[in-house]
Design a protein around this ligand. Structure first.
Ligand SMILES: [Zn+2]
Ligand SMILES: [Zn+2]
Length: 134
């Protein structure tokens, strides 16, 4: 019998069959994660069983609880000082005194705080140089 082996577009392994129709069999989140890791890939190309299992596991175990809003999210954002303003981080710390940026924060929280700090901006430096007449 001549089985035509197929190459998994994600891991490159030859497998007897690829799985398609992912949206029906797995979570959108898993498909989204695959797409993030393999930007050229689309679910119509299929994946092999082991890849699917790998992503299932990763996605399940990676759910984390946001320390600010308490929601379960696929991933938390760290390294805030590099991606956002210091002012946003200090605002988060003011509202959540127990929290440090090393604990991370979910995307929606980050957006929320970004939104809050929009508008007139006073940098800490500007505030400290405000001259108050005695
Ligand atoms: Zn694979
Ligand atoms: Zn959050």
């Amino acid at each position: 019998m001549n089985t035509r082996m197929k190459r998994c577009p994600l891991c490159g392994q030859l497998v007897p069959e690829l799985l398609y129709d992912l949206h029906r069999s797995v979570d959108d989140m898993i498909v989204g994660r695959m797409k993030r890791d393999f930007p050229g890939w689309s679910e119509h190309e299929g994946v092999c069983g082991p890849c699917l299992e790998r992503y299932r596991r990763v996605t399940v175990t990676r759910m984390k609880r946001c320390p600010l809003c308490g929601q379960l999210v696929p991933e938390l954002l760290y390294d805030l000082h590099r991606s956002v303003d210091d002012m946003i981080v200090s605002r988060m710390k003011r509202d959540f005194p127990e929290w440090t940026e090393h604990q991370g924060v979910c995307g929606p929280c980050l957006e929320r705080f970004r939104g809050i700090t929009k508008g007139p901006r006073f940098t800490p430096a500007a505030l400290s140089t405000v001259w108050i007449p005695v």
